[in-house]
Each structure stands twice: as C-alpha cells, then as structure tokens.
Ligand binder design. Sequence first.
Ligand code: RBF
Length: 180
Amino acid sequence: MKTPAGRSTVRPKASVALVVARWNREITDVLAAGAERTAKEAGMSVERFGVAGSFELPAAVALLADTGRFDAVVPIGCLIRGETPHFDVLARSVTDGLMQLSLTYPCAIPFGVLTCDTYEQARQRAGGTEGNKGEETMEAAFDLLALRQMVAKAAPAARRSAAARSGVTSAKRRRSPGKA
Ligand code: RBF
C-alpha cells in the first residue's frame, strides 16, 4: 500500500473535504450542515462530496485524502439498525475502514458516522436533545489538526536536541554521511 505519511502540509487556512452519505439523508444533511457551519466559523474552506451510503465512505475518504489537497477529510453517515444483521456488518466495516485510513493518512480523519438503534435516536443526535454530532465531528478534526501543527513545529527542535545529546553536529554529519 502506498504510504502517504508526511505528504500533506499544514496550511494557514485549512481546507476541509466533507463526504456525506445519502442514506438517511434527513439526518446526514443536518449533520453535514453542522459540520460545515463549524468549519466555516473557524475560517476554513469546505468542499462537499456525496456518496450513496456509509459503506462507500472509506473509499471516498481514501480517494480524497490521496489527492493531498485537504487538511481534513470528514466522513458523515448514519446507520440505523434494521431487522437483518446488515447493520452490524456495515457498522464494523465502515468503522474499521475509517480507523485504518485515519492511521494511514496525515490529514485529519474523524469519525462522523452515527450508529443508532432507532431513527429517533439518530434525530436526537442531529440537532435534537443530544446536540449535533456533525459539529462535534468537525471539532474532533480541529484537535487533530492542532496536534499535527504542534508536532510539525516541535520536530526540528527535537531533532536538534537529539543530535546535541549524541554529540553529532551538522558539520560532522556532512563529513561522515550515513554515520550517526
Ligand atoms: N447505508 C447507510 O448509510 N445507512 C444505513 O442504515 C444503511 N442500511 C442499509 C441496509 C441494507 C439492507 C442495505 C442493503 C444497505 C444499507 N445501506 C445503508 C447502504 C450501504 O451503505 C451501501 O450504500 C449500499 O449497500 C450500496 O453499496
């Protein structure tokens, strides 16, 4: 598998891709609106993409992350338990797929998929008594972005102090390439 780690750079104005599943659209539209509003209020630019259902989210996230154009790729979906084992199969594969991608790509990939027993539970999490989970998902992406910025800033200083501890100067490294 291609390893894109380190390819994406931190931009002063972050760019966000929102990927929204059309299944249970009355719910995902509200989640997406909350996520988009939260990103725009923070000064970020947002591009929105659609997929049929939650099963397609990991593939779409991988395609968008692979472009290197986005600081965050935010999947939004809603799985509601039916009478067949479909829900469990989908919930597991979508969760595993997104988790795998979040560990593979340097852009922020949070988890914006509701997994609910009933439609009513989903409604409460899409602007009801439980708030709007789309907003929380975008905030989770912000945390990852901030962490990435912090690590990117700290990395050169950490390399300098590690070199100082081991007594290696840049002059020594130049004289003896490949040796620590
Ligand atoms: N997609 C969702 O995003 N949420 C669901 O609750 C959901 N339930 C489904 C139930 C069944 C029985 C099937 C066949 C599909 C369901 N999908 C659901 C769609 C799925 O994620 C995917 O888009 C389709 O299977 C096409 O690949």
